[in-house]
Design a protein around this ligand. Structure first.
Ligand code: ADP
Ligand code: MG
Length: 247
């Protein structure tokens, strides 16, 4: 595939003697949405963390926005400005209001002009339906609102790739949708994304491709309509059965 934003080649990662990622190769094209599925503990978070330098890997290569990265790479600060990541827990600074939370990275790290960033921040907030929360503090926001703001905070850095790691796992069911809708909106705007989720309906709707992992390795890569209807492997079938009920 041409125009890849992310290419992972033959990545290996150990925690001590435990082989957490085994020869992982996958790519994300420009404007493509890849969803990583797999049982708890299979290495999804570890893989995302390797992609933005939060975990060290021992061998293999990454290419992010055309830049080659091997296990000796040091300049992660610069790469992280292109690769936004949102986790399950949404940690906004409690002593700063929403606007100041959003401006912090772009002004401090990217040295951008306040006016310009503020206009962008307001536009993003409007898109996620939170323009009225500009001056609110973390303690005044619901979990879903905080998570949407955590996403906006990442977007204000103008990333070229977004990584989402189970961003709705800690939210009440009725709130999950408002956060997933933000991610669906990003897809419509052409954002390239690598997403870990246990929301199967969402995975099917948002993904251009599904990557199924188990025990540190990639078992299957397929289009969502194929993966959810006719998974090729028994391991994927078993995993999908966990989300199906028969009375
Ligand atoms: P997932 O996100 O798919 O649930 P993780 O990437 O969090 O899986 O973990 C993959 C495996 O690596 C698990 O067996 C987990 O226990 C182990 N692991 C994760 N982080 C660490 C760590 N910091 N030290 C040791 N083992 C870890
Ligand atoms: Mg995880």
């Amino acid at each position: 595939m041409e125009n890849l934003i992310l290419q992972i080649e033959n990545l290996h990662k150990h925690y001590g003697t435990f082989h957490a990622l085994r020869d992982i190769s996958l790519c994300v094209g420009q404007q493509e949405v890849v969803v990583l599925l797999g049982p708890s503990g299979c290495g999804k978070s570890t893989l995302l963390r390797c992609v933005n330098g939060l975990e060290h890997f021992e061998s293999g290569n990454l290419t992010i926005d055309g830049e080659q990265i091997d296990s000796h790479f040091k300049d992660w600060r610069r790469i992280r400005q292109k690769v936004g990541m949102v986790f399950q827990s949404y940690e906004l600074f409690e002593h700063l209001n929403v606007l100041d939370n959003l401006l912090l990275g772009p002004i401090k790290v990217q040295k951008r002009k306040r006016d310009e960033v503020e206009a962008e921040a307001r536009a993003w907030l409007a898109k996620v339906g939170l323009e009225d929360k500009l001056h609110a503090y973390s303690s005044e926001l619901s979990g879903g609102q905080k998570q949407r703001i955590a996403i906006v905070r990442s977007l204000c850095m103008n990333p070229k790739l977004m990584l989402f790691d189970e961003v709705t796992a800690a939210l009440d069911p009725e709130i999950v949708r408002e956060v997933l809708d933000v991610i669906l909106g990003l897809k419509r705007e052409g954002m390239s994304m690598l997403i870990v989720t246990h929301e199967m309906g969402f995975a099917r709707a948002v993904a251009n491709r599904i990557v199924f992992m188990d025990k540190g390795e990639i078992v299957e890569i397929a289009k969502p309509e194929e993966f959810f209807v006719r998974p090729k492997t028994e391991r994927a079938q078993k995993f999908l059965n966990l989300f199906t009920y028969h009375s």
